[in-house]
Design a protein. Structure first.
Length: 202
């Protein structure tokens, strides 16, 4: 590679993160090294350490880089049910790739850093839009759901159930399961009809 062809800036960073992700997939975090990533990316360890002070930081950056290659688009189908099904199917598709790799390959990362999958998810979500908040705000504005029923735990429920399905089966989450989460679990919890019935019992 000549000096004129030398990668710099984002091009170099993308190459490094692609290499780190490939190493994670092939060997897992437990066997990941700065040397192996540098060799795959055709650069030096010094270049890596300038950007990521630790192997854990590099691994998280590589996962984030891969996730952002398949951005989630917030749908606007005109109805809450359609929006929820669409967004959860997008997450199911992304989780079938990135999510399953994380489950299999990042166990040593959690042991080394003393963190949990929830901690990693929080780090990966930095800067992302609060897609569920946007979708639910639309549903409230359309009068589809009761705002008083929308608590932080209920807001997180559809994605949590999707992740649980992925963890328990280690397989892509099928469409019928996504629809079941929306129709049989989530929508009944936030609908105005259910809220009225529950208030009558209290």
């Amino acid at each position: 590679m000549t000096k004129r062809e030398r990668r710099r800036g984002s091009a170099l960073e993308d190459a490094i993160l692609d290499a780190a992700w490939a190493e994670l997939i092939e060997t897992g975090y437990g066997r990941l090294t700065m040397e192996s990533v540098a060799q795959r990316a055709a650069t030096s360890r010094t270049v890596l350490y300038r950007r990521w002070p630790s192997l854990a930081d590099l691994a998280v950056a590589a996962v984030r880089h891969n996730v952002r290659k398949t951005p989630v688009e917030i749908p606007d189908t005109g109805g809450l049910r359609g929006d929820l099904i669409d967004i959860l199917l997008q997450f199911a598709k992304r989780g079938a790739g990135t999510g399953l790799v994380l489950i299999a390959q990042m166990r040593d990362y959690f042991a080394e850093t003393g963190t949990t999958p929830a901690d990693l998810r929080s780090r990966l979500a930095v800067g992302e839009q609060k897609w569920m908040d946007i979708i639910l705000e639309r549903g409230i504005a359309r009068g589809e759901i009761d705002a008083a029923r929308v608590t932080p735990r209920i807001t997180a429920l559809p994605a949590d159930l999707l992740r649980n399905e992925l963890l328990m089966t280690l397989r892509p989450v099928p469409r019928d399961v996504v629809i079941e989460i929306v129709d049989q679990i989530f929508l009944p919890l936030v609908s105005k009809e259910v809220a009225t019935a529950l208030s009558g019992r209290e």
